[in-house]
Design a protein around this ligand. Structure first.
Ligand code: MBD
Ligand code: FE
Length: 284
């Protein structure tokens, strides 16, 4: 806690908010019954193998059952899955992509953020303006390097205390979230603040899972982005900061060397960095 005085949001609070948001989306997948059966069969045998290899006991099995119930009741399934599972799904998607490297979406994306012009400042509180400003600019292009006008750069990130708006009651709606529309050449320039590293809530079942393995609950400071344009595949990604704490040990296994920013710190106290996004053409 550096700049504000408020009750720390609890794991149950942020977890429940993430679960409620997810339940409001209607999700479906075009998966054949044969494929469902094959995946279910292999998932169960993988788990059976772990139980047999480790001689898992009845008391251990019951502790697992209780923990699974706790994750659900704490609303932490979006958190747990996105931290420990999503990176593998992203790896599958990445096999078919040539443009900008993707990364996981995580549990804290909210659609329909305010639209902003190509040169803009993210919505922020008075207190956020006391943090280190970050001017983040660049161009969205296709695979041939041609700028894409009217592309959308959706940006969301944690504040300097590591909290996300809409998932922590003390923050105003849409704080540090926006949809930036690129100019005719695909360029954008957004002013925001340096985010802080994110700590997985330690008071819930995901925190207990991490502590039980002597792991740390931290993600390095990051920006979340979804970059999209008509007739192109959208890319969901994250950008990190060179030299940032936890960059080499992200609890969510979601960093890639191509996604590390190296901002310059100006004499005016402003950090500046550019990053260009390259979109694949729409598949099929
Ligand atoms: C985050 O901020 C995040 O990006 C992920 C993937 C999981 C938990 C918190
Ligand atoms: Fe995040």
């Amino acid at each position: 806690m550096t700049t504000t005085e408020h009750e720390s949001p609890t794991a149950v609070g942020s977890g429940t908010a993430a679960t409620d948001k997810f339940k409001n989306e209607r999700v479906s997948a075009d998966t054949s019954p044969e494929r469902v059966a094959a995946i279910a069969r292999d998932a169960l045998s993988a788990l059976h193998k772990v139980i047999l290899d480790h001689n898992v006991t009845y008391p251990e099995y019951r502790v697992l059952k209780q923990w699974l119930i706790d994750v659900g009741e704490g609303g932490e399934w979006p958190l747990f899955l996105d931290v420990f599972i999503e990176h593998a799904v992203e790896e599958v998607l990445a096999r078919s992509r040539k443009g900008t490297k993707g990364s996981i979406e995580g549990p804290y994306y909210v659609a329909d953020a305010p639209e902003l012009p190509s040169v803009c400042t993210l919505p922020m509180r008075e207190v956020d303006t006391k943090e280190t400003p970050l001017v983040f600019s660049g161009q969205v292009t296709d695979l041939d390097g041609k700028g894409i006008g009217g592309a959308i750069v959706e940006l969301w990130h944690a504040d300097a205390d590591g909290y996300y708006s809409q998932f922590a009651d003390h923050l105003p709606e849409w704080n540090l979230r926006g949809k930036i529309i690129t100019d005719g050449e695909g360029r954008y320039q957004v002013t925001t603040i340096q985010p802080a590293p994110y700590q997985i809530p330690t008071d819930g079942p995901t925190g207990a899972f991490i502590a039980a393995q002597n792991g740390h609950p931290w993600r390095p400071a990051h920006l979340h982005l979804i970059v999209s344009a008509p007739e192109h595949e959208s890319v969901t990604t994250q950008l990190y900061f060179d030299g940032g704490e936890w960059l080499d040990s992200d609890v969510a296994s979601a960093t890639k060397p191509e996604l590390v920013l190296r901002p310059t710190s100006g004499d005016d106290g402003i950090n500046r960095v550019t990053y260009d996004f390259v979109l694949d053409p729409a598949a099929g």
